[in-house]
Design a protein around this ligand. Structure first.
Ligand code: SF4
Length: 450
């Protein structure tokens, strides 16, 4: 019996790729082991979104190679994921100790690939194919690596946006949506299995279905009209109609594809969490233009007003990039003012990362790393201040929470792995919803009583 170990790095979309690999390995009768040292084969599922992620992935691969050498074991090492997909041509020469490189379209073939390696003469295999097309379906063999309480559901893959700082479209390919029926069937299975929170993910969740429309681009202002075909709004209505007590959370939406119809749909569908993740990256028109974000400051401010007016108690999560080439002190001040005005319920900041292969890589005006760093610190300090203030206003409120561990829960305003949590009574049953009263806060976290 072949024993396989897995190191899964990066975002939730990459985690789903890991789950698909494990599902196919188990279907082929192979056994997963949580101890890499006991594995006959070790898969490192990598990320290469930004510099830091690349370094982490390379360190994990080197770590696996060193461990193997030290232990003298005949373990096979497979590198998968975005680093392998992005540098499929370069890596084999740079890492001769690795036995195979696979890309995003090979995740369902991992079992025969392993058999080939185990029976083979030991020649290195490079199986990465360009322009990935693959997207899982509701019946794709898959082993969930998330706690039972929640699951990620990838409703589309790839991205058609031209953001100048981003390498993802070059790694994950063009946007390709699943069908509504496929997503609904998967969510029905999950809810039946007791999953309490469904996190809808893709690169641009709001573009769901639109890649199949008759070539006409929707006008964000007049709204998406689902008469033209499948859309996120019509999908959400179908998910809301599924029997059961669960939340559906929207992650990775893009401001350009929001619409009045989507806002109304969320407001009318109680199972859709009062939470929206919408990375905005910046607010200065000059920066948004150079970043090629397809929206301007006035549009974004108006959209936020419409969302807040249309969906009571909504929490907006966003992320910004500071230190982007050409960002002036005025641009940065405008961003800080915007953060103060809007008071995002949840927010994060990235320091600009210069990525080879992106449009921004070659433009003028790259800032000194100390400038980037000091703006990052200043922005994070402001967000922490605002977060404490927002938390203070939650005291006394009655809230529905999802208990994830003894004494630890999340509110509707907290996505897994990226947001905060609530300290609750340890006697509350894990894996279930509970009603609690917020009595205090500690930094980003809340403290509740029954
Ligand atoms: S929307 Fe922009 S930032 Fe997000 S994955 Fe697509 S290109 Fe990258």
């Amino acid at each position: 019996m072949i024993k396989v170990g897995l190191v899964s790095l990066g975002c939730a979309k990459n985690l789903i790729d890991s789950e698909v690999m494990v599902g196919h390995l188990q279907q082929a009768g192979m056994v997963m082991t949580p101890e890499p040292e006991l594995a006959d084969v070790l898969i490192v599922n990598t990320c290469s979104f930004i510099d830091m992620a690349k370094k982490e992935s390379i360190a994990a691969i080197h770590g696996a190679v060193d461990d193997r050498e030290e232990s003298g074991r005949r373990q096979k090492i497979i590198v998968a994921g975005c680093l392998s997909q992005r540098f499929g041509k370069e890596l084999p020469g740079l890492m001769p100790e690795v036995d195979a490189f696979i890309g995003l379209d090979q995740i369902t073939e991992v079992a025969p690939i392993i058999r080939g390696l185990m029976e083979g003469e030991g020649a290195q295999a490079n199986l990465v194919t360009e322009k990935p097309q693959y997207i899982p379906d509701y019946d794709t063999p898959r082993f969930r690596l998330t706690p039972k309480t929640f699951a990620y559901v990838k409703i589309a893959e790839g991205c058609n946006h031209p953001c100048s700082f981003c390498i993802i479209p070059k790694i994950r390919g063009r946007h390709r949506s699943r069908t509504e029926d496929s997503v609904v069937r998967e969510v029905e299975q999950l809810v039946k299995a007791g999953t309490r929170e469904i996190n809808l993910i893709s690169q641009d969740t709001t573009y769901f279905g639109m890649d199949k429309w008759d070539g006409q681009r929707p006008n964000p202002r007049s709204g998406v009209d689902s008469a033209r075909g499948e859309s996120l709004a019509s999908l959400l209505r179908k998910l809301n109609a599924i029997e059961g007590d669960f939340w559906v959370r929207l992650l990775y939406t893009h401001p350009a594809h929001w619409s009045d119809e989507l806002i109304e749909t969320i407001a009318e569908c109680p199972k859709i969490a009062r939470y929206i993740d919408m990375p905005l990256q910046h607010i200065s028109d000059r920066m948004l233009k150079i970043m090629r974000r397809e929206t301007d400051g006035a549009y974004i401010r108006d959209l936020i007003k419409r969302i807040r007016a249309g969906i009571p108690d909504i929490a907006i999560r966003t992320t910004f990039i500071v230190g982007f080439p050409g960002e002036t002190a005025e641009d940065f001040e405008e961003l800080l003012d915007f953060m103060r005005d809007v008071r995002f319920e949840r927010a994060g900041v990235f320091e600009y990362s210069k990525e080879e292969g992106t449009r921004a890589y070659g433009i003028d005006g790259h800032l000194h790393h100390m400038t980037r760093k000091s703006r990052w610190h200043k922005a994070m300090a402001l967000l922490q201040e605002l977060a404490e203030d927002i938390n203070q206003n939650q005291v006394g409120k009655r809230m529905k929470v999802l208990v994830e561990e003894p004494g630890i829960a999340r509110t509707e305003w907290d996505a897994p792995d990226i947001d905060s949590s609530v300290v609750v009574d340890r006697k509350l049953p894990v894996g279930d919803f509970a009603e609690v009263t917020i009595k205090d806060w500690r930094g980003y976290d809340l403290v509740a009583a029954r």
